[in-house]
Design a protein around this ligand. Structure first.
Ligand SMILES: [Zn+2]
Length: 151
């Protein structure tokens, strides 16, 4: 989830302030492409969507950001249609487990649920290349398009 969800130009009175809404997956596509410098194929893979969908989401995001920047509009990042992948850990004894994104944010260091050994390191998110459907905690929002991104 993005740390900042509202962006407002200085010096525009609230009543004449227009707002564009950027969905969470649009913000994520923008982040992967422009900040992490990924190619569209890589970005699409990270979000578990097709390259065509990634391209469409990215184009929409760029258009909205340009509109806000050049026309002095606020940007609100919210909604969309996505789920946050659980993170996968493993211990020194070879046990592998998944922890929902939500639990990691609050939790102490991860311990193996089988042998209590500390987690060695987080593995790649489940959504990366091996499909994250039907597992763990998920968060759904009303669909805007018909793409479902996995972040
Ligand atoms: Zn273990």
């Amino acid at each position: 989830m993005p740390g900042v969800t509202y962006f407002k130009p200085a010096g525009i009175p609230l009543r004449s302030l227009e707002e564009v809404r950027l969905s969470v997956e649009e913000a994520e596509a923008l982040r992967l492409k422009e900040l992490e410098g990924l190619e569209q194929e890589q970005g699409a893979e990270k979000m578990n969507i097709s390259r065509q969908t990634f391209q469409r989401v990215l184009a929409s995001a760029r258009q909205k950001v340009a509109d806000a920047l050049l026309n002095g509009k606020a940007i609100r990042i919210e909604g969309g249609n996505f789920e946050i992948s659980p993170r996968r850990f493993h211990c020194a004894n070879g046990h592998v487990w998944e922890t929902p994104f939500e639990a990691i944010a609050e939790a102490a260091p991860q311990l193996c649920p089988v042998c209590n050994a500390p987690a060695v390191e987080p593995l790649m998110p489940v959504g990366f290349g091996c499909g994250g459907k039907g597992r763990g905690w998920r968060r759904r929002r009303p669909a805007v398009g018909n793409s479902k991104a996995s972040i």
